[in-house]
Ligand binder design. Structure first.
Ligand code: NAP
Length: 260
């Protein structure tokens, strides 16, 4: 039995226009899923949808601001109308509008971060829940971050939002377990995407960062994908509320320190 065959599944992936979300969407499509690509910009999504369909996959691109609950509900209504419901939700769209010491952040930074990174994930789950329940189960994978498990310098608001995602994952894992809906989180370490451009294009920053990562490098987006496929598959049927780090050992600590 190939539990990585998703050909009868509808998977909604937010933040699918680039980076980690795009890599996840392409992997699901390659394994047969119908993928619903979500981000704010229709044009970027259309180009990912074209890549997928040209490779023989099934994709629909629907531009949606995930911080807008009404828009999220309209998105999921459209998915239900076209495909009958949702089996897999990957909450991945994220933002980080403030870079600096926490006390320099303003209310606007908090609002944007919480709206998208936290309430956006929640709205997507709330909108998908009825159809998952109707279909007898579902899989929810929240892309959190190591920043939700340990403070990272100069991104306090973001860290707090990701810590919230970790707690939301555990809370909903307990609440939705009896509906056969598994809720898990993946916590990537540093991944080379647009989100982190300055950290891997500037040598000084890059060297400082990898000094604290035991594997001594940042990840490529594709390296986050297999953890998500696993958590979306029946291979993880008894796994819920798990917080899976994919971080090159970052949270283990600096090996030089461990050696003393
Ligand atoms: N890169 C890392 O090192 C790293 C590490 C740990 C966790 N993460 C997490 O991984 C996820 C993906 O990050 P990434 O590195 O792949 O970032 P990225 O390349 O910047 O991609 C972010 C995606 O989110 C979409 N997006 C942003 N705001 C949105 C909104 N309000 N509504 C809908 N879509 C929105 C963007 O598309 P539009 O601009 O078209 O909306 C884009 O598709 C995020 O949750 C991030 O926190 C990243």
């Amino acid at each position: 039995m190939d539990y990585f065959n998703f050909s009868d599944k509808v998977a909604v992936i937010t933040g699918a226009s680039r980076g980690i979300g795009k890599a996840i969407a392409k992997a699901f499509a390659a394994k047969g899923a119908t993928v619903i690509l979500v981000s704010r910009k229709q044009e970027s999504l259309d180009s990912v949808a074209d890549e997928i369909t040209q490779a023989g996959g099934k994709a629909l691109a629907i531009a949606t601001h995930t911080g807008d609950e009404i828009a999220v509900n309209q998105l999921i209504d459209e998915v239900k109308k076209q495909y009958g419901g949702v089996d897999i939700l990957v909450n991945n769209a994220g933002t980080n509008p403030h870079f600096g010491p926490l006390l320099t952040s303003e209310k606007s930074h908090w609002q944007k971060t919480i709206d998208v990174n936290l309430f956006g994930y929640f709205s997507m789950i709330k909108a998908c829940y009825p159809s998952m329940k109707e279909r007898g189960g579902g899989k929810i994978i929240n892309i959190a971050s190591v920043a939700g498990l340990e403070p990272q310098p100069l991104m306090g608001v973001y860290c707090i939002s990701k810590a919230g995602v970790v707690m939301m994952t555990k809370t909903l894992a307990g609440e939705l377990a009896e509906k056969n809906i598994q809720v898990n989180a993946v916590c990537p370490g540093f991944v080379k995407t647009k989100f982190t451009t300055v950290l891997w294009t500037e040598e000084d920053y890059y060297n400082q960062i990898i000094a604290d990562i035991p594997q001594k490098r940042m990840a490529e987006p594709d390296e986050i994908v297999s953890s998500v496929l696993y958590l979306a598959s029946s291979y993880s049927s008894f796994t819920t509320g798990a917080i899976l780090t994919v971080d090159g050992g970052q949270l283990v600590g600096n090996p030089r320190k461990l050696k003393g």
